[in-house]
Write a protein that binds this ligand. Structure first.
Ligand code: SR1
Ligand code: MG
Length: 384
């Protein structure tokens, strides 16, 4: 059967039958809980327990039918979960079933978890999250790269991951739109002049174009592709990664850059709210993420390999520049950091302005050589 003949978008009724084999007892009810930008997401309850059904629509949910997309992202997500789960067992939310024709995944329901972003907004200090995400990053960066995988195996793996439509979305939303007068941009009124300056900032525009080129051409590892704090689900003692539809073979520094940028944005939000103690917690999170990543790489890498230190040095330098791009787009572009958007207006303007300034410093400053250089630049507290 051709793929389109079988495809129907689920509603709260039709999803019940689809989820039934993965539930205990008969399916009882379903509710649409998706608040993401891309897909519809149902929580389906059985007599006991529940599962998540995530279905790709033939368009971008946040933009509607005016922004058509293929549903190929569902297959990308299913395959990336499988591969990342082999490299970092138990870290991705578990995939119970994938139906290609329906572009639908059945996933375990993490009912006791919340996103890391929500936890950080609420000022919750949950231990070990950053370390778990750092180890996951190292596992996938090394485990899908030519550093470790034999060439033939890696080339086979690469064939199933094209440069997808969602990579084009990232190209546009992260590397392009914030630097032009794009219709998709949105920002708080109080930073309008600063946003106009971005469009006239030739060094920054050149660097953005160069980083976009890196994003498009450096197929170094099968990265998550959207590793912000909303893609991490947490509860005390358990950290899970979700939303793998942006996965592709791209630059290794992109995921660490995105993750650190979102921690820095959270910190800017808390600083503008006067929460100094929580800022210090975020400092420890950022450092724990990077230290765990480095430690996990060391564990997985032949210690006699002299290239190791240079590899990590480049990774840090790249991560800093990608972090800068992510910081700017999350206050200027289409998809924002909720941490900052929910602030009272003056604090929002202040944090948004800092995000642009810090992002610019990361992108255009001299290459960072130590983690502290990256972090201090990202939070606007440069020490040198
Ligand atoms: C239109 S999609 C907007 C954003 O949501 C995703 O989580 C990615 O970050 C993307 O850029
Ligand atoms: Mg997402």
């Amino acid at each position: 059967m051709a793929k389109n003949e079988h495809y129907i978008p689920f509603d709260a009724e039709s999803v019940l039958g689809f989820a039934a084999p993965y539930l205990q007892g008969v399916p009882v009810s379903a509710v649409e809980i998706g608040d993401g930008n891309l897909n519809v997401v149902f929580r389906v309850h059985g007599e006991s327990g529940s599962v998540i059904v995530k279905q790709a629509l033939p368009y971008l949910r946040v933009a509607g039918e005016s922004w058509p997309l293929t549903r190929h992202r569902a297959r990308i997500e299913a395959e990336a979960i499988e591969i990342h789960n082999k490299l970092a067992p138990g870290r991705p939310a578990q995939l119970l079933h994938f139906d290609d024709a329906l572009s639908a995944l059945v996933l375990e329901d993490l009912t006791e978890h919340l996103t890391w972003r929500e936890a950080l907004i609420a000022g919750q200090e949950i231990a070990d999250v950053a370390e778990s995400v750092g180890r996951y990053s190292a596992a996938i960066i090394l485990g899908t790269s030519d550093v470790i995988l034999p060439s033939r195996q890696r080339r086979t793996l690469k064939r199933s991951f094209v440069y997808s439509e969602l990579c084009l979305v990232t190209e546009d939303l992260v590397f392009t739109a914030p630097y032009i007068d794009a219709e998709s941009n949105r920002y708080v009124e109080g930073i309008a002049d600063r946003v106009t300056e971005l469009r006239r900032d030739r060094p920054l525009r050149a660097a953005a174009a160069e980083l976009r080129f890196s994003f498009k051409t450096r197929d170094e590892a099968l990265i998550h592709g959207d590793l912000h704090t909303g893609s991490v689900m947490i509860k005390p003692g358990d950290t899970r990664i979700i939303d793998f539809e942006f996965a592709f073979f791209g630059p290794s520094g992109f995921d660490p850059g995105v993750l650190l940028a979102n921690l820095a944005l959270s910190r800017l939000a808390h600083r503008s709210s006067g929460n100094a103690a929580f800022c210090r917690f975020l400092d420890t999170c950022a450092l724990a993420y990077w230290n765990a990543l480095v430690d996990e790489m060391r564990r997985r890498w032949d210690p006699s390999e002299p290239w190791y230190h240079r590899f990590l040095a480049h990774l840090l330098t790249d991560a800093a520049r990608f972090a800068g791009m992510e910081m700017i787009r999350r206050v200027v572009g289409l998809a924002h950091a909720k941490d900052i958007d929910i602030l009272p207006i003056d604090a929002r303007v202040e944090a948004s302005t800092h995000a642009i300034d810090c992002g610019r410093a990361l992108i255009l400053g001299s290459p960072v050589h130590h983690f502290d250089d990256l972090w201090h630049r990202a939070i606007g507290e440069e020490t040198r």
